[in-house]
Design a protein around this ligand. Structure first.
Ligand SMILES: NC(=O)c1ccc[n+]([C@@H]2O[C@H](COP(=O)([O-])OP(=O)(O)OC[C@H]3O[C@@H](n4cnc5c(N)ncnc54)[C@H](OP(=O)(O)O)[C@@H]3O)[C@@H](O)[C@H]2O)c1
Length: 205
């Protein structure tokens, strides 16, 4: 019991972002279901709780012609903004940007890169979240590699499942990604995997 009480709590590991480099978080497929129901709400909660560095910018990217105001409207019912959080919520949307572009045109990714240079600095770290159907994973990651890698900071690519539909397509995707990125630059996410386990963490403690 004594050991348990003296064990560090999980919040002891919350990082300090003082003096942290700027970051740009790009949501590819920003117009989609996953983006509005899960990704933007999660980004907002992290921003609200100051669990992302203060100087983080968010850039949505998709083919749909949306303004940030329209994106905000699409996400609104999932954001769960509580009383007293409105000012912070405005700040969140104030650091959001949106770029319209296709997934298979290199020029559009060059424009995305230009937008990132405009909103961030050259030393900004870049994180790309693929909230997209698997049919465009290959072409999007190729275009990201060709046009959008951070010039001074690091870049990371996050891919939402599925990672293929059988072992052959999974291996094909893995080989494609390995030809573009180092393993430490890649994150594979299944936002439902282990959900109940995570929800029960406090009980387990
Ligand atoms: N929704 C969820 O809760 C959920 C849960 C688990 C996993 N996932 C995974 O997350 C990824 C995204 O899911 P989602 O539900 O957000 O998908 P989605 O809404 O169908 O697609 C996301 C965006 O991708 C673009 N898109 C759709 N179909 C396309 C196509 N055939 N070719 C090119 N672009 C297309 C659309 O944007 P534009 O037309 O504006 O470009 C769309 O807004 C998928 O891999 C899915 O399996 C989703």
């Amino acid at each position: 019991m004594k050991d348990l009480l003296e064990a560090p709590a999980f919040w002891d590991d919350v990082p300090s972002f003082e003096g942290s480099a700027p970051h740009i978080f790009v949501v590819l497929g920003a117009s989609g279901d996953l983006a509005k129901k899960k990704i933007y709400p999660t980004l907002w909660w992290l921003f609200r709780d100051r669990l992302v560095p203060e100087n983080t910018m968010f850039v949505g990217y998709a083919r749909s012609g949306l303004t940030v105001a329209e994106l905000r409207e699409k996400c609104q019912q999932y954001m769960k903004v509580k009383e007293g959080e409105q000012e912070r919520y405005e700040q969140f949307w104030g650091v959001n940007h949106y770029v319209r572009g296709s997934y298979d045109t290199r020029r559009d990714f060059e424009l995305l890169d230009q937008e990132m240079q405009k909103v961030g600095t050259a030393r900004a770290n870049r994180i790309f979240y693929l909230a997209l159907p698997p049919s465009v994973f290959d072409v999007v990651t190729s275009n990201l590699k060709a046009c959008c890698m951070a010039s001074q900071g690091w870049s990371r690519v996050i891919i939402e499942k599925p990672f293929g539909k059988d072992s052959e397509s999974s291996a094909k995707l893995s080989n494609h990604l390995a030809s573009l990125f180092k393993e430490e630059e890649l994150y594979r996410i299944d936002h439902y995997l282990g959900k109940e386990m995570v929800q029960n963490l406090m009980t387990l403690r």
